[in-house]
Design a protein around this ligand. Structure first.
Ligand code: GLU
Length: 260
């Protein structure tokens, strides 16, 4: 009898241990993490003026930087309670999902394939995609892209959209916009597909660059957060903030300041 009881006890202990080990540890609520840490960590671009870039002193500046500061002020009562980390189109989702950033504010279009990997707030800006060419180019519209070589940056929506709107063009991939634009200037590609917001910065630096006549997509930019309940509270707060900022004119003020 004693042996049976001992065996039973061992089985119970092993079962309890197995259940405890099998239980997936829930990540801590992002809002609590942020409050404990006392700052938000935001993934931003460092090369997309006027949305987000670095000034000559190495400080991040732009529309999306101001937006991040307003969010820090909303969540922590201090617009300087924010640390920026640089992301690229190719690594922004993995930087977010591996915990290196709490959120991504990086000219990032909300679309269905990304919605399977991250959560998005409602849009804070609507961009559109176009193709940048040299002013001297004969390419004026999408119809002139047949058999033309078009540069795109890996990890961007342009990489897919251009194949749909100009299926007979030849697509060449680049790691960065700078590399793609260098290739355009050297005549290695005939155009570069990109958002009008990205193009804006290049046009300001180089007046020989111009957009073709069409904007062939809508690119609603949202703030990306890790998928799941850990982000729900922050997501609701950010959505609340964005709709308030839209209706109160705060977003328009930011646009007027940065987007000429
Ligand atoms: N909005 C586009 C995207 O999310 C392009 C801008 C970017 O390079 O981030 O892919």
């Amino acid at each position: 009898m004693k042996k049976i009881l001992t065996n039973l006890l061992i089985i119970i202990i092993i079962s309890v241990f197995a259940v405890a080990c099998g239980k997936k540890q829930q990540p801590m609520d992002l809002y609590d993490v942020i409050q404990q840490r006392g700052k938000i960590v935001v993934g931003v671009k460092d090369n997309i003026p006027p949305f987000s870039s670095k000034d000559k002193d190495g400080n991040y500046v732009g529309f999306e930087i101001d937006l991040a500061k307003k969010i820090a002020s909303r969540l922590l009562g201090d617009e300087n309670a924010v640390e920026f980390v640089t992301v690229t189109p190719s690594n922004r989702i993995s930087m977010l999902n591996s915990g290196q950033a709490d959120m991504i504010i990086a000219t990032m279009t909300i679309n269905t394939s990304r919605l399977s990997m991250v959560d998005f707030t409602e849009p804070y800006y609507i961009a559109g995609q176009t193709v940048m060419v040299k002013k001297s180019s004969k390419i004026k519209s999408l119809y002139d892209l047949k058999a033309k070589k078009i540069g795109v940056v890996f990890g961007t929506t342009a990489n897919e959209s251009i194949r749909t709107v100009a299926p007979s063009s030849l697509v060449a991939g680049f790691k960065t916009y700078d590399e793609a634009v260098d290739a355009l200037n050297q005549g290695l590609v005939d155009g570069v597909a990109m958002d009008d917001t990205v193009l804006m910065g290049y046009k300001l630096k180089d007046s020989s660059l111009i957009a073709i006549s069409q904007k062939y997509t809508q690119e609603p930019y949202g703030i990306a957060l890790r998928k799941g309940t850990e982000s729900t509270r922050v997501l609701e707060m950010l959505d609340g903030y964005i709709s308030h900022a839209k209706s109160s004119g705060e977003i328009n003020k930011l646009k007027a300041k940065w987007v000429k």
